[in-house]
Design a binder for this molecule. Structure first.
Ligand code: SAM
Ligand code: DTB
Ligand code: SF4
Length: 332
């Protein structure tokens, strides 16, 4: 079982943490004057976190491409020709070596992603070994493998997994525009199995797929109305990959993206909000606004899963410019 419990498990219930957010209430946050929304987000951030600490996670694609799902944003779907080379599950040595490099560069969590709809029990065995090996390096572990059964979630917990990433991606209403091979409720079912197994939940979504503000508000209201908030909330800005149906998507307005981060921070004040995919196309000033809006985690390392991420040296320089420092995972 995962050993670290979320802060709310130790303390009296925090009145700031609500589980009854409606879409209309979320939308009202988005509609605030920008300065008022940022003020609310800063207040929530400072009540729960060191405002200058940012959690660093490094991603590795352990099984690439050929996925049977048809997620319209995803370069790894077998339904689209994105020129991506498929790769079988990586061996333990390659994964351990990549994790060691990430740790030595300063990451505290190693996230392993596989392009599966749902793993078979046989596929889970080598992933459990990877989890053990990465933990032995002193890092937190996260995997994202698609939909899970209850026993599979329990098996990952047994292997010592700290976090499971499974994004709801967008609103229930917009979901059918993006994915036809599974339902929104399938995602929620896996999230509750992960929660029941005692693994920390990492769940968020993507901004810039052609959804509207009402969809972004509904997505956050769904996450913030879960019986327990995800401990980690990744907010991705769509990386529009050539060959996917979303290759020509109109980029979302930058300030609207910042508003999404700020609303996530206000609605889930004790969760770590990750400024996830899309940083490669952001200026330092845009990223600074995201940190000001309450983002306190990034993917750190040259690659996301299959697309590029800012170089670690550039991120270290950005942290220096902003006076940010890596979050200590053992801090309360
Ligand atoms: N197959 C598993 C699943 O779907 O949960 C794990 C891997 S999948 C690539 C993990 C997440 O990456 C997706 O849920 C989505 O939110 C995000 N993602 C994938 N492609 C993206 C893109 N082009 N831009 C932004 N985020 C993306
Ligand atoms: C998340 O929310 N974003 C990450 C991680 N969780 C698995 C993935 C981003 C993928 C971006 C496209 C790619 O590199 O393939
Ligand atoms: Fe497959 Fe995950 Fe990509 Fe969807 S997002 S196509 S499930 S790898």
């Amino acid at each position: 079982m995962a050993t670290t419990l979320p802060p709310e498990a130790h303390a009296a219930p925090d009145p700031d943490i609500r589980h009854d957010w409606t879409q209309a209430q979320a939308l009202a946050l988005f509609d605030l004057p920008f300065n008022d929304l940022i003020f609310r987000a800063q207040a929530a951030h400072r009540a729960h976190f060191d405002p200058n600490a940012v959690q660093l996670s490094t991603l590795l694609s352990i099984k690439t491409g050929g996925c049977p799902e048809d997620c319209a944003y995803c370069p790894q779907s077998a339904h689209y020709d994105t020129g991506l080379e498929r790769e079988a599950l990586l061996g333990l040595d390659r994964v351990t070596e990549a994790a060691r490099r990430a740790r030595d560069a300063g990451a505290s969590r190693f996230c392993m992603g596989a392009a599966w709809r749902s793993p078979t029990d046989a596929q889970l065995a080598p992933v459990c070994e990877m989890i053990g090996a990465v933990k032995a390096l002193g890092m937190e572990t996260c995997v994202t493998l698609g939909m899970l059964t209850g026993p599979q979630a329990a098996r990952l917990a047994e292997a010592g997994l700290d976090y499971y990433n499974h994004n709801i991606d967008t609103s229930e209403a917009f979901y059918g525009e993006i994915i036809s091979t599974r339902r929104f409720s399938d995602r929620l079912d896996t999230l509750s199995r992960v929660r029941d197994a005692g693994i920390h939940v990492c769940s968020g979504g993507i901004v810039g797929m052609g959804e509207g503000r009402a969809d972004r508000a509904a997505m956050l209201a769904t996450l913030a109305s879960l019986p327990r908030h995800p401990e980690s909330v990744p907010v991705n800005r769509l990386v529009a990959v050539a060959g996917t149906p979303l290759e020509g998507a109109e980029p979302v307005d930058g300030l609207e993206f910042v508003r999404t981060i700020a609303a996530a921070r206000v609605m889930m004040p004790a969760s770590v909000v990750r400024l996830s995919a899309g940083r490669e196309d952001m200026t330092d000033e845009m990223q600074a606004l995201c940190f000001l809006a309450g983002a306190n985690s990034i993917f750190y390392g040259d690659m996301l899963l299959t697309t590029e991420n800012p170089a670690s040296a550039a991120d270290r320089a950005l942290f220096d410019r902003l006076g940010l420092h890596p979050m200590d995972p053992s801090a309360p």
